[in-house]
Design a binder for this molecule. Structure first.
Ligand SMILES: [Zn+2]
Ligand SMILES: [Zn+2]
Length: 259
């Protein structure tokens, strides 16, 4: 079975394609379970996401497609929610989602994966950034609000790798993830970025496996043709590390499926 839990749509203003086009492509790619996980609305970074008023539109369209294509594909409803405590509205956590993906895209108010703000890297100590990033990931897990952690080493997006050993920090974040009973996502978006590889690294994935943290698969598609991109590579990597099953969530209940 092929499950893909992380996909955006044009509603978030930095992706293209209608929701129906995503579903048609997912069917063509033989995906059995497909999750929409648009960025959450937020009173910050508002131009890169849907507005709160658009949430009903999002959910109605998911409901319509779910019914229309019920014979061909199972469609799940989710959001990729920024872990940004002052801006995480309680109302988001009251929505009837199949799962919540938690993501760190900001260190303070710096959107570090946005090419628009790439110059900020020159002003920072990269090791400090990584420590802060993994600490934020740990806090995300400890918040107890999420099911899945997105792209767990996203800070490498423009190839700014740490120059010191961060296993202690990674381990600490992973233990919090394990404690929170969450899954870690294997995300294909890195293949489309400067870094040219999946998130997270093989090393982190091996640490996840050692701690028996489940995985999910996500294309993180921001365009229709990105659905299922590099899926074979992601699956082989997961298998090499020792995984045979991935997680899927329905109404926030987790189940495992062989891939
Ligand atoms: Zn995005
Ligand atoms: Zn993301």
């Amino acid at each position: 079975m092929r499950v893909d839990l992380h996909n955006h749509t044009s509603l978030c203003n930095h992706a293209t394609g209608t929701m129906e086009e995503y579903i048609l492509k997912a069917i063509e790619e033989n995906i059995d379970v497909f999750g929409f996980s648009c960025h959450n609305p937020m009173h910050f970074d508002a131009k890169y996401r849907m507005r709160f008023e658009e949430l009903p539109l999002y959910f109605n369209e998911i409901a319509r497609l779910k019914e229309k294509y019920a014979e061909k594909i199972e469609i799940l409803s989710a959001l990729e929610i920024d872990f940004l405590p002052p801006f995480m509205e309680d109302s988001l956590f009251a929505l009837p989602l199949d799962y919540r993906i938690g993501a760190v895209h900001f260190l303070g108010d710096w959107g570090f994966d946005n090419p628009e703000f790439i110059r900020e890297y020159a002003k920072r100590d990269i090791n400090d950034c990584w420590v802060e990033y993994f600490r934020a990931t740990e806090m995300l897990a400890k918040s107890g609000k999420f099911d899945i952690v997105a792209h767990m080493d996203l800070l490498k997006v423009f190839k700014h790798f740490p120059t010191k050993d961060l296993r202690k920090e990674i381990e600490s974040a992973l233990k919090a993830i394990k404690q929170a009973n969450m899954s870690v996502e294997i995300n294909a978006a890195g293949f489309r970025k400067e870094v040219g590889e999946q998130y997270p690294s093989r090393e982190i994935l091996e640490m996840c496996h050692a701690l028996e943290i489940p995985i999910v698969f996500g294309s993180d598609a921001h365009a229709v043709q990105q659905i299922n991109f590099k899926r074979k590579e992601l699956e082989s990597l997961a298998k090499e590390v020792g995984y045979t099953k991935c997680a899927v969530y329905r109404q926030r209940e987790r189940e495992f499926i062989e891939f």
